[in-house]
Design a binder for this molecule. Structure first.
Ligand code: AMP
Length: 194
């Protein structure tokens, strides 16, 4: 495992907890010699994470669509800043250059990125691990919702299990390193498999 992609907020959130979590994740990545791949912004949890990895001597690849370079303010002093044409290209480039995916707290953009990579795993397009860093229970409702989707027969338990969660970045990364994700069969034939 060489690089971990982290999806996270372009805002900082209330209080210090989310920024501190970015810092702790940065430490855990650098200690394991794992590079960071992220969206390239200098703002919010995203910027904090990138700066924290760089300050510790780690490697950071930022990937930013041209149209967002101003709004999200491309982060200077990264190991590499890749400027791409579109959001789709950004997400594909982030996925291609990463060996695992973590979501820190964030908003719609973070959730969209997280669910896209989970969906690709569910369809058997990759078998890279995906996990939440559940800082102070930020994702509790989301986890509960996914359990609800399983009980309602709209999400397979096997697919639900593609999303790991931990409160501690060391626990999550050690889990990634020890337990490879399954490569799932692309389909889904019988209703009774739910
Ligand atoms: P947010 O979690 O909404 O603060 O956004 C985090 C990151 O996701 C930012 O870099 C956004 O540019 C990105 N983002 C926002 N909306 C989308 C979207 N629809 N698809 C992909 N990425 C997005």
């Amino acid at each position: 495992m060489k690089n971990i992609c982290v999806y996270c907020g372009s805002s900082s959130g209330k209080g210090e907890a989310y920024l501190s979590a970015a810092d702790a994740l940065a430490q855990a990545l650098v200690e394991r010699d794992l590079g960071l791949v992220y969206g390239g912004a200098s703002i919010g949890v995203m910027g904090e994470l990138a700066r924290a990895v760089m300050q510790r001597g780690g490697e950071v690849i930022g990937i930013m669509p041209e149209a967002l370079m101003r709004r999200e303010i491309g982060c200077d002093h990264l190991t590499e800043l890749q400027v791409v044409e579109s959001m789709h290209e950004r997400k594909a480039a982030m996925a291609a250059q990463s060996d695992g995916f973590i979501a820190l707290p964030g908003g719609m953009g973070t959730l969209e990125e997280l669910f896209e990579i989970l969906t690709w795993g569910q369809l058997g397009f990759h078998n890279k691990p995906v996990g939440l860093l559940n800082v102070e229970g930020y994702f509790d409702h989301l986890i509960r919702f996914l359990e609800h989707a399983v009980t309602q027969g709209l999400l397979r338990q096997q697919h639900r299990e593609l999303l790991r969660a931990a409160q501690d970045p060391d626990v999550l990364l050690d889990n990634f390193l020890k337990e490879p994700a399954p490569l799932l069969d692309i389909w889904i034939e019988k209703q009774d498999q739910l």
